[in-house]
Design a protein around this ligand. Structure first.
Ligand code: NAP
Length: 292
């Protein structure tokens, strides 16, 4: 008779975003209710989609669905792929001037000829619930209150939930995009971590990763980070979301060495949308003068 080998149970190592995201959405729903009771106004998030990129269509649908679930109004703006920068900026300016719209999200990527930065900068900072403007990033860098970029803000909440010690820890961030790597590095610096920010020109990446107490992968390449690169007992946050529901970290290898790791899916992703909901409710409260 052969005895089955016991499977190693790694569930205690998982940093799940699913339950925490639900809690964040519940908090946002309570804030929406409070705003309605105080003012009679229902917070509204406008989602702007240019073209028909399949993933972007699904993302905007999901965001509108979450809005409805927590009692907010979704406003759907869809523009043709051939739209010009000027047309898109004009649309954002109309939403900026509309007192019934409290948050504006321009789904990215936008089609290549459009000047994405010009479009983002047309969003007033008080309605920048996705944290894409340079004014918002400046506030995040300085550690001022901000409607920060949702993915790094969601990751910070996840690290807090799992009581990850940031003070004095060496955190390595791979990726320097304005919506993910850069604000992430700033948030970690403001939380007193020592941060190394890596990108495509970084030399000796594996060696740097090997010294990380906390690793944030935001590269956009499936299973890019190898399990044997990571430091034993480190904390791994995989922000990557690639085709086939695969992250930027080789999860099966990495979980053997990590003390905590986010799964893909079910880690960072749910936190991003929940943070967007929370920030839209909060933006509405600020615009309508409803105090916390
Ligand atoms: P991005 O704008 O394409 O940035 C990728 C970054 O990775 C760049 O800074 C790039 O360096 C760096 N990089 C590329 N190849 C590298 C290499 N070989 N070694 C080291 N660094 C390298 O992507 P993003 O928008 O930040 O997104 C990153 C990932 O997060 C993607 O998988 C995306 O789908 C995912 N994401 C997930 C969520 C979520 O809610 N879960 C939200 C947003 C994004 P350079 O700057 O030198 O080019």
């Amino acid at each position: 008779m052969t005895t089955a080998q016991p499977q190693s149970d790694h569930s205690a190592k998982l940093m799940s975003g699913v339950a925490l995201a639900k809690r964040v959405r519940d908090e946002a729903a309570a804030e929406v209710k409070r705003i309605q009771e105080a003012t009679g106004v229902t917070p509204c998030l406008a989602t702007v989609l240019v073209g028909d990129d399949a993933a972007s269509v699904i993302y905007t649908q999901m965001k509108r669905k979450r809005c409805v679930e927590i009692g907010m109004l979704p406003k759907r703006i869809e523009l043709p792929r051939e739209s010009t920068t000027q047309q898109l900026v004009g649309e954002v300016e109309r939403l900026a001037a509309d007192p019934n719209v409290h948050g504006i999200l321009v789904q990215h990527p936008v089609p290549a000829p459009i000047d994405k930065r010009a479009v983002f900068e047309a969003i007033p900072v008080e309605k920048d619930v996705d944290g894409v403007t340079s004014a918002t990033l400046g506030r995040v860098i300085l550690g001022l209150p901000a409607l920060a970029s949702c993915t790094p803000a969601g990751i910070m909440r996840l690290l807090d939930e799992y009581k990850v010690l940031l003070v004095g820890a060496h955190a390595v961030v791979i990726g320097r995009s304005p919506i993910l790597g850069r604000p992430m590095a700033s948030m970690l610096i403001n939380a007193h971590a020592t941060v190394t920010l890596c990108h495509s020109h970084t030399r000796n990446l594996a060696k740097i990763i090997g010294d990380a107490d906390i690793l944030i992968a935001a590269v956009g390449k499936p299973r890019f980070v190898q399990g044997d690169w990571i430091k034993k007992a480190s904390v791994i946050v995989d922000a990557g979301y690639n085709k086939g529901n695969v992250g930027d970290v080789d999860f099966d290898q990495a979980i053997e060495r990590a003390s905590l790791i986010t799964p893909v899916p079910g880690g960072v992703g749910p936190m991003t949308i929940a943070t967007l909901m929370a920030q839209t409710a909060h933006a509405a409260a600020l615009q309508l003068g409803v105090s916390a």
